[in-house]
Design a protein around this ligand. Structure first.
Ligand code: ATP
Length: 252
């Protein structure tokens, strides 16, 4: 096994039982490399959230396995959860607790020692410019500040892999750029990041590799630079549109 592989997704399939049953992922294989930013792209319903939430252990796959440093995560889910941080699409802040209490609660959840919880809480409040809201209830934050809080909480236990599901949806351009800078700094510090996004510019700026999913299947994985070269386009958005058009023609 390549030593740089952090997570190996092996033959993951997922069927949601219902009428009709929906096969959201079909035999997905993907290696996530240590320290990279990898983005999941695809049209609505392609399977991005299903894949990222399986990696976050929110629900199990129907079949397949995920290996962390070569060992199945399902043999020790508790310890695996300590090394990941998941930032869901919709902010889920406890409205009854203050922002500071919300962060401290996350530290307790991960069984961190009290003095470390206090230290990390202050550090994150400062870093995400949330100090002025430390004693305010979660409910009063604007969308952009909620998103900052979500990212701060994801980092409470210093995860090795962070999974961000559309972290900049509905944010103004200024706050979006601000979150990009935070993501770039995390990457510089060696954190591995799995990003789901519909913003192609965001994927292009942040990613080492992008992975295009279509109907539950990985269709393309490469660096934005290589994809632009291969498709003879100047930006990732044009690559994506061209790829989806070609894909439609192929299946027509
Ligand atoms: P979007 O860009 O719209 O967020 P996505 O690429 O994240 O889409 P998923 O949300 O993973 O796609 O959905 C993949 C497929 O699985 C879709 O056909 C969707 O309708 C279906 N699906 C997702 N969640 C469930 C569920 N809980 N029960 C049944 N079907 C589901």
């Amino acid at each position: 096994m390549d030593n740089n592989v952090l997570l190996s997704i092996k033959n993951i399939s997922k069927t949601y039982n219902g009428i009709p049953a929906i096969q959201a992922l079909k035999d997905v294989n993907l290696d996530i490399m240590q320290g990279e930013v990898i983005s999941l792209l695809g049209v609505n319903g392609a399977g991005k959230t299903t894949l990222s939430s399986i990696i976050a252990t929110l629900h199990p796959p129907t079949s397949g396995d995920i290996l962390y440093h070569g060992k199945s995560i399902y043999k020790d889910v508790i310890n695996y959860r300590r090394i990941i941080g998941f930032c869901p699409q919709k902010p889920n802040i406890d409205a009854m607790l203050t922002i500071k209490e919300n962060l401290m609660f996350a530290g307790r959840y991960f069984n961190m020692p009290y003095n470390l919880i206090e230290k990390k809480t202050d550090e994150l409040l400062e870093r995400f410019q949330l100090t002025k809201y430390a004693n305010a209830q979660g409910a009063i934050l604007s969308g952009g500040y909620k998103q900052r809080f979500m990212l701060a909480r994801t980092l409470m236990h210093d995860p090795k892999l962070i999974i961000l599901d559309e972290p900049t949806v509905a944010l103004d351009p200024h706050i979006r750029r601000n979150l990009w800078d935070i993501i770039k700094t995390l990457k510089k510090n060696g954190t591995t990041i799995l990003l789901t996004t519909h913003y192609l510019e965001e994927a292009e700026v942040l990613s080492d590799r992008v992975c295009i999913l279509d109907s539950g299947v990985i269709k393309l994985i490469d660096s934005p630079e290589n994809l632009k070269k291969d498709f003879r386009e100047t930006n990732l958005e044009e690559v994506f549109i061209k790829f989806m058009q070609e894909s439609k023609t192929r299946t027509a």
